[in-house]
Design a protein around this ligand. Structure first.
Ligand SMILES: [Zn+2]
Ligand SMILES: [Zn+2]
Length: 335
């Protein structure tokens, strides 16, 4: 049933030989959870047990596992992959033919306990708290998206959308050495965060014609790469409009609906339209390391921490995008 959270009692599961039983510490609420909550996510059927960005303490390990033990602080790559399809075999398992994701098509982490395959578990370094580690997942999305764009050194970039994923992209675009970094959004508070992270220009599209503004002020080379981080028709149409001929558009936003775009421009301007989904292990471990190195300011992202029992309220609050960027559920109190 859309728009309703319910909390139910279930048995604590037993890990198989290559699995790990986790006691969940914190779990972030993500835009895709909100889509699912409304019953509008294209790939998440209801009912679902959500939660794919989380940190945990190992409660029990399966009998074949020697490199982890009870009490370890960990985070988890939430993709569940088949290991046998072509993409899995060449290491692009984020686009596994049989991809499932914890908290989307598989059980998620908004629960006291969760069983995960051991190869998905990633240790949290001592410098990183359990709370901060929940940001690894959304930061990894940005790491991957920016790699999809290729070399960004001295390139001119536009990022459409300054939500969690847009901001994650900004951090990684700055790190990759981009020159002009223009960010558009509908919220001043989010654009302020974009500036703090290194955007060179921000545009509030409710106040200014963003397309005009970008076209008027663009550097000689034009806009080399646009990151679409919203997932609505207008923003992908804008992306196609502003990118230079021969430029790239990285599609990171999740589109809930079929979308109309000007395909003639893609052909005539030799545009590259490139999708980006999740991440693979290297992206994820890099995100963990960026957080541990304080390259990501957690306080800029985390708006509220609420107990799991208040999940219904937390989900409703998360729709208030002006006030809340990332709401994190505290699932089990830290000991
Ligand atoms: Zn997410
Ligand atoms: Zn596969």
């Amino acid at each position: 049933e859309p728009n309703k959270v319910s909390i139910e009692e279930v048995e604590i599961p037993e890990p198989k030989s290559n699995e790990i039983l986790l006691e969940i510490a914190y779990c972030g609420i993500c835009g895709s959870d909100l889509h699912a909550f409304r019953g509008k996510h294209p790939f998440i059927p209801l009912p679902a047990t959500p939660g794919h960005e989380f940190s945990a303490i190992i409660e029990k390990v399966g009998k074949n596992i020697s490199h982890f033990q009870k009490g370890d602080k960990v985070t988890v790559e939430p993709s569940l992959t088949c290991g046998e399809c072509y993409n899995c075999r060449i290491g692009r398992y984020n686009i596994c033919e049989n991809l499932r994701v914890m908290g989307c098509q598989g059980d998620g982490a908004m629960a006291d306990y969760l069983i995960v395959p051991s190869e998905k578990v990633i240790p949290i370094p001592d410098e990183l708290s359990l709370l901060e580690a929940t940001l690894s997942e959304p930061i990894a999305v940005g790491v991957h998206a920016v790699k999809r764009a290729g070399v960004l050194l001295n390139k001119n970039v536009v990022i459409i959308g300054s939500g969690m994923i847009g901001l994650s992209v900004i951090i990684n675009v700055v790190k990759a050495g981009a020159k002009e970094i223009t960010v558009t959004d509908l919220s001043d508070s989010r654009l302020k965060k974009a500036e703090e992270l290194g955007a060179t220009q921000t545009i509030n599209a409710t106040k200014t014609d963003a397309i005009e503004e970008i076209k008027q002020n663009q550097p000689y080379e034009g806009i080399d790469v646009v990151f679409e981080c919203v997932g609505v028709e207008q923003s992908i149409r804008d992306a196609i409009e502003i990118v230079r001929k021969g430029g790239k558009i990285i599609v990171v936003g999740v589109f809930g609906e079929e979308t109309k775009i000007q395909m003639a421009y893609v052909q005539d301007r030799e545009l590259e339209l490139i999708g980006s989904l999740m991440y693979t292990r290297r992206d994820f471990t890099e995100a963990v390391q960026m957080l541990a190195n304080k390259e990501v300011p957690p306080e800029l992202f985390i708006s509220k921490i609420m107990p799991l029992e208040k999940a219904q309220h937390a989900f409703e609050q998360a729709f208030n995008k002006e006030e809340n960027l990332k709401i994190i559920l505290e699932v089990n109190k830290e000991k």
